[in-house]
Structure formats: structure tokens, C-alpha cells
Design a protein around this ligand. Structure first.
Ligand SMILES: [Zn+2]
Length: 100
């Protein structure tokens, strides 16, 4: 994707856990738009327009922020929404695997 732009987005935002190679050892609960409509130039020089939802929309917004000099820490609403990678592995992944 070359020169991506967010053309429009849903009203609703969803919080989800994110990590980042630029911020090692920390996970954060980050609010993102559930749906984004984006425009970009592909490798063939063609203008493309696409809609992304849920997980892919989250990834797009995370990577798009990097182009703007923003990391997920800038989007976390509270320090209570941060945890170490160790705690994340113990608490969150354990919850997901046991369904509790
Ligand atoms: Zn990142």
C-alpha cells in the first residue's frame, strides 16, 4: 500500500489488545474504529479503494498510525489498559484459551 488514506470509518470503536515491535514487552487495550474505508496506490500504480472490518481494520489503523508517527501507547485511554507481555500471556491468553 502506497500513500494510504482513511476515507471514512464507522462510528463505533472497539477495544482490543495490541502489541508492537516498536514497543517491546508491553500490551495495551486500544480503541479502534470497527470499520474503515481506505484508499491507496498499489504496486502497479493503480488507485484502490477497500473496506476493512474488525481485526484487519485494527491492523490497518495500527500500521497507518506508524506512518503518522503514532504508536499504540498514544491511543491507550488509561494506564490501567496497559500490561506487561508476561501478564498478558498469563491473564489474557489464558482467559481466551479457557473461555473464562
Ligand atoms: Zn506497530
Amino acid at each position: 500500500m502506497i500513500n494510504p488514506q482513511i476515507i471514512s470509518h464507522s462510528e463505533d470503536m472497539v477495544k482490543g489488545w495490541e502489541g508492537c515491535l516498536s514497543v517491546p514487552g508491553i500490551r495495551g487495550l486500544v480503541p479502534r474504529y470497527r470499520v474503515v474505508e481506505v484508499e491507496y496506490i498499489n504496486r502497479e500504480g493503480q488507485l484502490k479503494r477497500q473496506e476493512f472490518t474488525d481485526f484487519v481494520a485494527r491492523i490497518f489503523q495500527h500500521e497507518y498510525d506508524h506512518l503518522e508517527g503514532i504508536v499504540f501507547l498514544d491511543r491507550v485511554g488509561s494506564t490501567q489498559d496497559l500490561m506487561t507481555e508476561d501478564e498478558y500471556q498469563k491473564q489474557i491468553l489464558n482467559q481466551l484459551s479457557t473461555g473464562v
